[in-house]
Write a protein that binds this ligand. Structure first.
Ligand SMILES: [Zn+2]
Length: 295
């Protein structure tokens, strides 16, 4: 059974927190919240916290091994050269989890047993590396909106990388937005591609952003009802994603002029048809997507 850990990371390299390596000093002045790193075993899960948010979840590739400070060039602080490192396989969360989204009870409890929070549950301890209790881990999953992780295990979108229950949870955290979007679309009931209109099993359907996710505002991203649709993995999702298929302002399907022969062979029967996903509520998202590809 994997242990869960919490690391406070502030070091920024290229504008991002340098998360692929977890490192802390050793020696006489080794603080208890640095020494905790020695307890890590390969496969343990680490949540990465910075700027009031959990921003990534990783898996430890190895236990701690002696290592000089890999950040020595970037840092000019009091940390010594001698230390230990753990290399991790890191996944950024699609949607970071705010500290304040975690249940206060769990945060307060996490002051005990070397946990990451102070007794008020409001502040995170000044320190580096802390064990995460089952209660805090459960609260984290709850904060991420992952109440029913059993169904995540059945989710073939996640399946190829899954190795054990904790890994299911780790990947579900990483992809919680996709998970929540799927959950919404599944609840809506209709298992049908929003572009080609074919009905099919959920495992062939992807929850696709109509307006490109990276260009959507936070408010638009939360407009789940309108900004997502099912797009089938049999071609529509990819074709829509890269602009080979677009939806015109009147809701009909248009094909790009690139690779015209291939596109006609593959999607020609859809050209000029109404896209089933199109409606008055999401027309502006389709328009925003099309604008990406206008030259
Ligand atoms: Zn389709």
């Amino acid at each position: 059974m994997s242990q869960i850990w919490w690391v406070n990371q502030k070091v920024k390299i290229d504008g991002r927190v340098a998360n692929e390596v977890v490192w802390s000093p050793t020696g006489e002045k080794e603080s208890w919240h640095w020494a905790t790193m020695w307890e890590v075993e390969p496969g343990d899960i680490i949540v990465h916290y910075t700027d009031q948010h959990i921003v990534a979840v990783s898996e430890a590739n190895n236990g701690a091994v002696p290592s000089a400070n890999p950040f020595a060039d970037e840092l000019q602080d009091e940390w010594t050269e001698e230390g230990k490192r753990i290399d991790v396989s890191l996944r950024w969360l699609e949607a970071p989890i705010a500290k304040t989204d975690i249940a206060l009870d769990a945060r307060k409890e996490a002051a005990k047993n070397r946990g990451p929070f102070q007794r008020d549950g409001i502040r995170v301890k000044q320190g580096y590396f802390f064990p995460v209790s089952q209660l805090l881990w459960d609260a984290l999953k709850e904060a991420a909106g992952l109440g029913e992780l059993e169904s995540a295990a059945d989710d073939t979108q996640l399946a190829p990388e899954i190795d054990g229950a904790t890994d299911v949870e780790r990947l579900a955290l990483v992809r919680r937005e996709q998970y929540q979007l799927r959950k919404y679309l599944l609840q809506r009931g209709e298992l049908r591609c929003g572009i080609c209109g074919r009905e099919m099993p959920a495992r062939y359907l992807h929850a696709a952003h109509i307006k490109t996710r990276s260009e959507a505002t936070e408010r638009q991203r939360k407009d789940i009802e309108n900004i997502v649709m099912w797009a089938c993995t049999l071609g529509c999702d990819q074709a829509f994603e890269c602009g080979d298929i677009s939806i015109t302002p009147d809701g009909t399907i248009a094909l790009s002029s690139l690779d015209r022969i291939f596109l006609e062979q593959t999607f020609g029967h859809l050209e000029g048809q109404m896209a089933p996903a199109f409606n008055a509520g999401n027309a502006h998202y389709f328009a925003a997507r099309s604008n990406n590809f206008l030259i």
